[in-house]
Design a protein around this ligand. Structure first.
Ligand SMILES: [Zn+2]
Length: 195
């Protein structure tokens, strides 16, 4: 599990102390702070793969339940929940959006509203993990759109993703939410890479 006392409070990168890391200081940050369940390396790779690609929603739900305490510890910092969307094509292919399943669990735990028809993925992209850091940034540009901002205006949004790597996806989704008059974006990713 990610231990907040040894990680950057924004992006969860392991830095040995609770200090904002160099990268977070350098770039403009669109989300206010990040919370993370597990490090990807914690034997999680296969488990997440089963959840995401083999349709094991139960595995996803179980992983969220393991970090329930952590989620409840920051549940007073957001008003509503928005999952990172997948494209229509991917949704058809997989049958579900893994971030939506995670969001559903968080909504159940915290009793906060879940808005899944706010943020859309309007452009199909290659899977981020197959790309280099620079390619990822290009790949994700202009892919998200907010269709109905009335439910998130003035609200503190918990943006939910399954896996955080470079943060490019989270940054772009947060940016478009902030540009749609969201008050603040807090991020939760079920897993993140440790570096
Ligand atoms: Zn950081």
């Amino acid at each position: 599990m990610v231990d907040e006392s040894t990680a950057c409070p924004r992006c969860g990168r392991w830095v040995g102390k609770p200090l904002v890391c160099g990268e977070c200081l350098q770039e403009q940050q669109w989300f206010h702070r990040g919370y993370f369940g597990f490090y990807f390396e914690d034997r999680l790779r296969e488990v997440l793969h089963a959840f995401k690609f083999n349709g094991r929603k139960d595995v996803g739900r179980h992983l969220v339940s393991l970090v329930r305490k952590k989620i409840l510890s920051f549940s007073d910092t957001f008003d509503c929940i928005v999952p990172i969307p997948v494209s229509k094509r991917r949704l058809k292919e997989r049958g579900f959006n893994q971030s939506f399943i995670i969001s559903e669990e968080i909504a159940r735990m915290t009793d906060k509203p879940l808005y899944h028809a706010v943020l859309y993925k309007i452009k199909d992209t290659k899977d981020q993990y197959t790309l280099s850091r620079e390619e990822r940034k290009k790949n994700i540009k202009g892919v998200f759109a907010v269709y109905d901002k009335s439910s998130i205006e003035g609200k503190r949004v918990l943006l939910v993703d399954d896996l955080f790597t470079t943060g490019a996806t989270a940054q772009h989704a947060s940016k478009i939410l902030m540009q749609s008059n969201t008050r603040e974006v807090v991020l939760f990713a079920l897993a993140r890479t440790s570096s």
